[in-house]
Design a protein around this ligand. Structure first.
Ligand code: NBP
Length: 484
């Protein structure tokens, strides 16, 4: 039993890569940290390897772990999402007392978080679903943290989380996002945006490599240069590193020996599923998720290669393209498509927030995503400014600064889609983002045709542009119109 003066301010359950790094981050920042893992070896390894980085209280049972925490007890769970998380929550809740706080820092589905908070509230336990971004490096050196849950829990937890979060311009990358599932919802959409951001970088690479015929090393240099401008971001930076890497075994660029089948763990898919339910088009994220799925359909791809006719393809030379001008066009197409993906992600967050009465402030998100997380980018400062200028902005694309940018980007964007089509190179996010953009700005959409079809086969009725009401044409009768 731990003596009262020796209690821990925070506990971490689950000491795989994320949990152990987060525990070390708390310890390095001067907190006494209680640690527990189902298999005691991980706990012992953590203490053996890093025990000198701060004060750890190691336990080998949940009961001892809970007893080593200061009241109200605060324990962060970093275990596999799903059933493992439920099991650990219940073990903790059994050993804890009224008012104690359980924080789930894993990648939980937000609807699970809503349910868990309700269940915990019934047992007088506070439950906080907190999205944590930044991977293992972020967990250790400062992640971006998106906590949901009750506001009172934030009062207690806020200073602790602020002490370990990344800091940008003096502001910690953590804030209370909103009640119950708000934190995990926002983290989910963050990951969805990350999928789109990664895919647009991939599409730019594809165009420069197989369109302009540049080597990975040359493209790495281009990305390094882009990283000093509007596209300055962690993902562009690491892509430049990956492309510069040479495989020690073969001497080839590493990128050429990596199998081109992208994996996924589910948060991108969840983002799209939730968007479908909310009726929000997140076409950039959707195409990015599908692009990963297609890349992994190796058998189908092998069956199609050399079989599906390509038609008459152009070459870079036959199109008379200038390499430097093309590189700049691709940079602009990437920027514009990325802007669409963010705009759509923020639309989804606004819709989710309205649906669940979370009152999420989009400005806060742009602020806390500036550091610690995978999508950290200079560009997020512009998003903060956009929401400062108009908190009710109908779409990020309509912000005055971004409108100016889009005026500069649009011609390049169109040229890149045309060239990609002529070269036979797939650019699913670039192209679908431009279609989304053109749909938003179109005066008339083919939806009138759809309404006509729906009325024809299902008497679903339609509205008229010249008067209010719902109308139906008697298609199988005399084709006169009736108001219904
Ligand atoms: P994992 O997701 O690989 O989970 C391993 C941990 O879960 C181990 O501590 C394991 O204990 C524990 N665990 C399992 Br599995 N089943 C359990 C059970 N029934 N009861 C108790 N403990 C159980 O760890 P991770 O990669 O560190 O990620 C932790 C969380 O953070 C996940 O939700 C993940 O989605 C999220 N996340 C990960 C990253 C990342 O970059 N990896 C980034 C952001 C968020 P054991 O040692 O006894 O098997």
């Amino acid at each position: 039993m731990t003596s009262p003066e020796n209690l821990a301010q925070i506990g971490v359950v689950g000491l795989a890569v994320m949990g152990s790094n987060l525990a070390r981050n708390f310890a390095r920042n001067g907190h006494t940290v209680a640690v527990y893992n189902r298999s005691p070896e991980k706990t012992r390894d953590l203490i053996a390897e890093h025990g000198d980085e701060g004060t750890f209280l190691a336990s080998e049972t949940v009961e001892d772990f809970v007893a080593s925490l200061e009241r109200p007890r605060k324990a962060i769970i970093m275990v596999q999402a799903g059933a493992a998380t439920d099991a650990v929550i219940n073990q903790l809740a059994d050993a804890m007392e009224d008012g104690d706080i359980i924080i789930d820092g894993g990648n939980a589905l937000y609807s699970d978080t809503i349910r868990r908070e309700r269940e915990m509230a019934e047992r007088n336990r506070h439950f906080v679903g907190a999205g944590i971004s930044g991977g293992e490096e972020g967990a250790l050196n400062g992640p971006s943290i998106m906590p949901g849950g009750p506001k009172e829990s934030w009062e207690t937890l806020g200073p602790l989380l602020e002490s370990v979060a990344a800091v940008v311009d003096g502001t910690p990358c953590v804030t209370h996002i909103g009640p119950d599932g708000a934190g995990h919802f926002v983290k989910m959409v963050h990951n969805g945006i990350e999928y789109a951001d990664m895919q647009v970088i991939g599409e730019a690479y594809q165009l420069l490599r197989y369109g302009a015929g540049m080597s990975p090393a040359e493209i790495s240099e281009v990305f390094r240069e882009w990283n000093s401008g509007d596209l300055d971001s962690y993902l562009i930076e690491i892509t430049a590193e990956v492309l510069a890497q040479v495989d020690a075994e073969t001497g080839k660029p590493l990128i050429d020996v990596i199998v081109d089948a992208a994996g996924q763990k589910g948060t991108g898919r969840w983002t799209v599923k939730a968007a479908l339910d909310l009726g929000i088009p997140v076409t950039g994220i959707g195409e990015a998720v599908f692009a990963r799925a297609l890349s992994s359909s190796l058998e189908q791809r092998a069956a199609a290669q050399g079989v599906l006719p390509a038609g008459e393809l152009a070459t870079f030379e036959s199109l008379g393209l200038d390499r430097d001008a093309f590189i700049e066009d691709v940079r602009r197409a990437l920027y514009a498509s990325k802007l669409v993906a963010y705009a759509q992600g923020f639309d989804e967050i606004r819709a989710g927030s309205a649906e669940h009465a979370w009152d999420v402030d989009p400005r806060d998100l742009a602020t806390i995503w500036r550091g610690g997380c995978i999508i950290r980018a200079k560009f997020l400062n512009r998003i903060v400014e956009a929401y400062d200028a108009d908190p009710q902005l109908p779409s990020l694309l309509l912000d005055a600064y971004f409108l100016d940018e889009l005026r500069d980007l649009i011609d390049s964007w169109r040229r890149v889609i045309v060239a990609a089509t002529q070269l036979g190179l797939p650019v699913p996010v670039f192209a679908s983002s431009l279609s989304y953009y053109d749909s938003l700005r179109a005066e008339r959409l083919p939806a009138a045709v759809i309404q006509g079809q729906r009325d024809y086969f299902g008497a679903h009725t339609y509205g008229r542009v010249d008067k209010p009401g719902a109308f139906h044409t008697l298609w199988s009768g005399d084709r006169s119109e009736i108001e219904v």
